[in-house]
Design a protein around this ligand. Structure first.
Ligand code: CP
Length: 334
């Protein structure tokens, strides 16, 4: 498989954000700064020795109040490759279990010298709440909050697309599945629409929020028109508990109407379609294994790998040491 590289030019606008709270508040210019920075780190990660000393002395704490494989591990690796001290705060073995509040917990960790906290939480808006409370004392990075936002996921998704296509501008990108409960869908719509992509979402009417088109996408409830001519198809995980809550009649019916398989891709999409999934996948429900594992069009393992370089870029940017031409780090890969 050949891969194109995203542009490496850095913006002339200095990076100013101390936090990464959502995708909605990132400008197109900031998104492309993250892409350029991530490309720098992706090159570094190809080397036998992956570690760079740019965040030596910084302390990053992962606070994951919800389960995670990809996001937690890649943020941890990203911090380590940047030479920061990275700590995984174990919620299940902490004083959270004795009723300590999120703010008190974060204050406690800050008192020990944290420079950045990476938070996953089931409550939408928690990251904004913490950033408002702490101001400039610590950088807050959202690793997924409720149904609201998962900005680093959307950025790594974009980075993965840009390894195969020069631009997303004008490309038809279709997100399939449970839009209602998906922070990934929301964040992707924000990022992709800012860069001029033609974003479509499709799913059962019960799993699409009212007014979702206001975010800058076309909404469908039928799969065929949503897939027609698509350049990229992104499947979302169907949260299996949705069936119990009556939002879909059965997994078999969902799969029949919205499942992505080879036949559907061949019938409707662009011949060079790229297939994505943020994981974890329900194989045989929203996606079949034959397409999920097909290296010709599946980007799924690339998405996982790119999570590390994109999260290195985010940590590096918010901790105030972004890379520009002339910088020592930039020169190391020139
Ligand atoms: N895509 C994603 O957020 O995966 P994890 O839940 O494993 O972090």
């Amino acid at each position: 498989m050949t891969t194109a590289s995203p542009p490496l030019e850095t913006s002339s606008t200095p990076w100013t954000k101390a936090h990464i709270l959502d995708a909605a508040s990132l400008t197109a210019d900031e998104i492309m700064q993250v892409m350029a920075e991530a490309q720098t780190f992706a090159e570094i990660l190809k080397r036998p020795v992956k570690k760079v000393p740019v965040l030596r002395g910084k302390v990053i704490i992962n606070m994951f109040y919800e389960n995670s494989t990809r996001t937690r591990t890649s943020f941890e690796l990203a911090g380590k490759y940047l030479s920061a001290d990275t700590i995984n705060f174990g919620v299940s073995t902490s004083s959270v279990k004795k009723g300590e509040t999120l703010i008190d917990t974060a204050e406690t960790l800050l008192a020990m010298g944290a420079d950045a906290v990476v938070i996953r939480h089931s409550s939408s808006g928690v990251c904004h709440q913490l950033a408002n409370y702490f101001g400039g004392r610590v950088s807050v990075l959202n690793a997924g909050d409720g149904f609201h936002a998962h900005p680093s996921q959307a950025l790594l998704d974009l980075f993965s697309m840009l390894q195969r296509i020069d631009t997303v501008k004008g490309k038809k990108i279709t997100i399939v599945g449970d839009i209602l409960h998906s922070r990934v869908a929301r964040s992707n719509v924000h990022v992709l629409s800012k860069l001029g992509a033609d974003v479509h979402v499709v799913g059962p009417a019960t799993l699409i929020p009212v007014g979702f088109d206001q975010l800058g996408c076309t909404v469908h409830t039928q799969l065929a028109p949503a897939l027609e001519g698509a350049d990229v198809v992104m499947c979302l995980r169907l949260q299996l508990e949705r069936q119990k809550s009556g939002l879909i009649p059965s997994l078999a019916e969902y799969s029949q109407l919205y499942g992505i398989n080879r036949e559907r891709l061949m019938q409707y999409t662009s011949p060079n379609v790229l297939l994505m999934h943020p994981g974890p996948m329900n194989r045989g429900v929203e996606i079949t294994s034959d397409v999920a594992d097909d290296p010709d069009f599946s980007l799924i393992t690339h998405q996982v790998a790119n999570g590390v370089s994109v999260r290195m870029a985010l940590l590096h940017l918010v901790l105030g040491t972004h890379t520009q031409k002339g910088d020592e780090l930039y020169e190391t890969i020139a």
